[in-house]
Design a protein around this ligand. Structure first.
Ligand code: GDP
Ligand code: ZN
Length: 373
């Protein structure tokens, strides 16, 4: 796959043959870019960012550009892989002048006290959550990754990898069902890079835009990326890029075109993603619990001992697995802890909340003891 485009007159940006169409360029991006086009700037997608520079694929090929104008103090506003950038048409160095508002963003909230989080990838449409079938399913972990995915704005897809290790179709169907209960609204696809099972279905999903791969180390992400990228992987990854001075350097791209269509973003940061701020995301992973909670008598019901609690009722009726509720609580708590690190006001509120919960819990315990004894 060539990194530069032949022909010196790129077609109109709206035509389907625009050189950036395979990278996800569409009519909405074009409309958002029009003020910059009017200034003579070039649109391009950021393939990689490093040490104050980035590689941007434009209609003229891959351009190395300086990021001095897009490295503000807020680390979430720094240009990152997947951004649509406005680049100088010429000059040495060329600069990225700005980038278009993001449709989606993956953010890592770091564990350090003073940090505000870090942007990992922009404008992904799909988040592929790789879950290995070689080890026992950990649904709580799946839910964690799903929360992170929903929070980004991308549509999650769970991929159960190494399906060749589960040859019995009935067993595989059960595993898929188990994961589906933890993933409302999310497709669950069993795949095997070894037997190629399910790869067509996955290709069909990722063809529709930009995908990122998430999942635990060992889940099979690299193998899956290679399977999606096909045999050209080494050619695709090693980009010969011209820096305008006639020198050629080989770099690694973090954003890759897939041979069957679509784009894959694979950055080291995303691979190690662990902590996150997934406020709304948690709600989407546990949509059925949030729906039940809307039926609770009290709008701030903690689903513990409050009267008229629809969540407890569903639990008692066997309609809601206890594991789901526990997992939901755990993720909410964890999420609040992370958020509290950077927000003193929220921390003060949490302390009040803990006091209230503590008092409530003690009252509930006493009531229970009274009932039991
Ligand atoms: P990553 O850490 O998520 O990138 O995982 P890797 O892609 O490195 O895979 C971890 C291990 O799982 C490696 O030993 C792979 O050979 C193995 N593996 C990956 N995909 C498959 C598969 O489809 N079938 C089987 N049986 N093993 C696989
Ligand atoms: Zn309730």
């Amino acid at each position: 796959m060539s990194s530069s485009f032949s022909g010196s007159s790129p077609s109109s940006p709206s035509s389907p043959s625009h050189p950036l169409t395979p990278y996800g360029w569409d009519a909405d991006w074009e409309a958002a870019f029009s003020p910059y086009a009017a200034q003579g700037l070039l649109p391009g997608r950021v393939l990689r960012v490093d040490r104050g520079q980035c590689d941007v694929v434009t209609a003229e090929g891959v351009v190395r550009a300086d990021t001095a104008f897009v490295t503000p103090h807020d680390p979430l506003r720094v240009v990152c892989t997947g951004d649509w950038a406005a680049v100088d048409p010429d000059g040495s160095p060329r600069y990225v002048r700005t980038y278009l508002p993001r449709r989606t963003a993956f953010v890592r909230s770091t564990s350090s006290k003073r940090s505000e989080g870090q942007i990992l990838a922009a404008n992904a449409d799909h988040a592929i959550v790789a879950v290995s079938l070689a080890v026992e399913l950990d649904l709580a972990r799946v839910e964690r990754f799903l929360a992170l995915a929903w929070e980004s704005g991308a549509q999650p897809v769970v991929v159960l990898t190494k399906a060749d290790l589960v040859p019995d179709p009935a067993t595989l169907a059960h595993l898929v069902q188990d994961v589906e209960t933890a993933a409302p609204g999310v497709p669950v696809l069993p795949v095997s890079a070894l037997s190629a099972q399910g790869l067509d279905a996955l290709s069909a999903v990722v063809r529709g835009g930009t995908a990122v791969l998430l999942g635990q180390s060992g889940a099979g992400k690299s193998t899956l990326a290679n399977a999606l990228l096909g045999e050209d992987v080494m050619d695709v990854r090693a980009t010969r890029d011209t820096d305008g001075k006639g020198r050629h350097t080989t770099t690694t791209r973090n954003l890759l075109l897939l041979p069957d269509g679509g784009v894959l973003i694979d950055t080291p940061g995303l691979r190690g993603v662990g902590l996150w701020d997934a406020g709304d995301g948690v709600g989407q992973v546990f949509a059925e619990i949030e729906e039940l909670a809307a039926e609770c008598r009290f709008h701030d019901c903690a689903h513990e001992s409050e009267p008229g609690c629809a969540v407890r009722a569903a639990l008692d009726a066997g309609q809601l697995p206890g594991r789901r509720l526990e997992s939901y609580r755990k993720l909410l708590r964890e999420n609040q802890r992370i958020a509290a690190r950077t927000d003193a006001r929220l921390r003060a509120e949490l302390r009040k909340e803990w006091k209230r919960r503590g008092a409530q819990g003690r009252a509930a315990m006493e009531a229970k003891r009274g009932r039991l004894r």
